[in-house]
Design a protein around this ligand. Structure first.
Ligand code: FMN
Length: 188
């Protein structure tokens, strides 16, 4: 595929086959990530490749947040939503967490977030090129202080900015974009 074909055909993937992702393919995607542009060479990205034990602990954080969003703790529906969410999270073949090292200057923090976003997109494109799908999530687990504790992160020094759920796609959805003429102004 050409780079434009990879960019245009890539979709966010929500359902994965159960097959695990070999570590060398994960590292291949990380290699693409770290070559993202970054102003002043801050290389602000940090990655956590989550193993089974840690994924089980994250599943609890994920499921609790999901259930609490919909109902009260202790209710029957809480347990039902919680258990379903545990199964859903545990079924993700590979979870990667992405963090941004927090700079002092607001401008640098903004630039570093842009750089980390480029790194995540590089990751997604390298994955797609090897037939692996990714969901980039900014859901509650990256805000939860238990996730910071689990990863031994000091939140004044580093901010979790994304969870990448990856696996071989079970199905690929459709997406549309407005034509470039709608979003572009051509000036003389
Ligand atoms: C910063 C950012 C945060 C996102 N957070 C989520 C998320 O929390 N949950 C989710 O399902 N998708 C999330 N997405 C994926 C978008 O929903 C997705 O890119 C969009 O629907 C377009 O679909 P496509 O990626 O297939 O083109 C996020 C994307 C970006 C760039």
């Amino acid at each position: 595929m050409s780079i434009l074909e990879i960019i245009k055909s890539r979709r966010t993937i929500y359902q994965f086959k159960s097959k695990l992702i070999p570590l060398d393919l994960v590292n291949h995607c990380l290699e693409a990530s770290i070559w993202a542009p970054n102003h002043k060479m801050t290389e602000p990205w940090r990655f956590w490749v989550i193993g089974q034990e840690t994924q089980a602990k994250l599943a609890d954080i994920y499921a609790e947040n999901r259930a609490l969003k919909r109902t009260e703790r202790g209710s029957d529906t809480f347990d039902e939503i919680y258990q379903k969410a545990i199964v859903k999270f545990q079924a993700i073949p590979q979870v990667i967490l992405v963090g941004q090292v927090l700079a002092q200057e607001p401008v640098t923090i903004q630039e570093d977030y842009a750089a980390c976003s480029c790194a995540i997109q590089n990751f997604q494109l390298a994955a797609w090129d090897t037939e692996i799908g990714v969901q980039w999530s900014t859901g509650p687990i990256i805000e939860d202080k238990r996730t910071y504790e689990l990863l031994s992160i000091n939140s004044s020094q580093l901010k979790l900015i994304g969870a990448l759920y990856m696996g071989f796609p079970e199905c690929v959805g459709k997406s549309v974009r407005q034509p470039i003429e709608r979003v572009t102004t051509y000036l003389a």
